[in-house]
Design a protein around this ligand. Sequence first.
Ligand SMILES: [Zn+2]
Length: 98
Amino acid sequence: MLGHEGCGVVKAALEHKLARREHLSRIQNLVDCIVPGLAEIDCQLSEQEQLTTAVRANVCWSVHQILETTEGQNAIKARARLVGAIYERTSGHVRFLV
Ligand SMILES: [Zn+2]
């Protein structure tokens, strides 16, 4: 599961969670899937730090969501491995979350 630095839809989810901003429906549909995974965002952090934290939280949330599906569980039983990672656009590196 690969997230990326500066993700616009994660930023939109933060705006919705912290400032109750409503987005266009096609964006809001995505935002509504992401917000439940952003429960622990610290309001005291800078906007940049909040986004960095939220991108990571979204990857972890997405991994969790996949593992709850029948398909995800079957893949794990078949010895597939699911890992979270973040693509760092500034460096070009992929940082694995393990
Ligand atoms: Zn994105």
